[in-house]
Design a protein around this ligand. Structure first.
Ligand code: ATP
Ligand code: MG
Length: 260
């Protein structure tokens, strides 16, 4: 996998069979999408439209029902080991290990990819410092605030120097001030390291403040909108915002976004 791996998704379909009801749910239906290296993409869409399922497929946790995902020519599910340390995720809940200190949580993925112990330590400390947590390196997650825990999760994600960052509602459990700060930190770091970043959010404002590109999913990950913000003049942002908002609420494409 090269440093400039594009994410290519072609006619991707994921059907789940619900164990209790026996019914099938089409989480993703025929999604075709290409994400360029270094792009910062925000995905918005109503609850249950398949956003997290797409992440599970991208990290190789789930296997597509049909169609394909390829990252730098490799498929996440089949070439699982090739992606070790290449893709990092930050979830809504920090998912830190409660029995590990902040430092040991950040070290864990470095351990898993076989980084030497002394390098693990310096790199993890550096990341905690960058996120303003050096004084809390030895603290356990229960001793930290929600915002601090999420900072540890961000440090852990960036410490492996991933090519691809996936953030699933990473800031939505925090108060708006903390969320805003961490969002800025996340964007700045992703740009500094030239990572490809995909951020899932429910909030349009978050998408607008993060994405170079904003994608709106309808039911079963139908592509209702795919907007490059740079194609719009700043003076037209209010129209852009209104059109995306309308797409989200109406769950249907908005004609104002249909530009070529
Ligand atoms: N492991 C699973 N087994 C069965 N059904 C699933 C599974 N994972 C997801 N689904 C179903 O697939 C659909 C899409 O779920 P997904 O979690 O991707 O939605 P989402 O867009 O992330 O929603 P939210 O915004 O609420 O997080 C839902 O109908 C959900 O019930
Ligand atoms: Mg979800």
């Amino acid at each position: 996998m090269s440093a400039s791996a594009a994410i290519e998704i072609a006619q991707l379909r994921k059907v789940f069979r619900q164990t209790t009801s026996g019914q099938s749910v089409v989480a993703i239906n025929e999604l075709t999408l290409r994400i360029e290296p270094g792009e910062m993409v925000a995905i918005v869409g109503q609850t249950g439209c398949g956003k997290s399922t797409l992440f599970d497929l991208l990290i190789g946790l789930e296997h597509p029902t049909s169609g394909r995902i390829s990252i730098g020519g490799k498929t996440p599910y089949d070439d699982f080991n090739a992606f070790r340390g290449k893709i990092a995720t930050i979830f809504q809940q920090d998912r830190l290990f409660p029995w590990r200190s902040a430092l040991d949580n950040v070290k864990l993925p470095l351990e898993l990819i076989g980084i030497a112990e002394d390098v693990q330590h310096t790199r993890a400390m550096d990341w905690l410092k960058r996120l303003g947590l050096e004084k809390f390196a030895n603290a356990y997650p229960r001793e930290l605030s929600g915002g601090m825990r999420q900072r540890v999760a961000i440090a852990r994600a960036f410490a492996v120097q991933p090519e691809i960052l996936l953030a699933d509602e990473s800031f939505s459990a925090l108060d708006e001030v903390t969320a805003g700060e961490l969002r800025k930190t996340f964007v700045a770091l992703a740009r500094e390291f030239n990572s490809t970043a995909i951020l899932i959010t429910h909030q349009l404002e978050e998408a607008m403040s993060v994405g170079d590109r904003i994608i709106v999913f309808g039911k079963s990950a139908a592509l209702l909108a795919d907007v490059r913000v740079a194609d719009w003049a700043p003076a037209d942002y209010p129209v852009l915002r209104a059109a995306i908002q309308n797409t989200l609420q109406a769950n249907a494409p908005d004609a104002r976004l249909a530009r070529t």
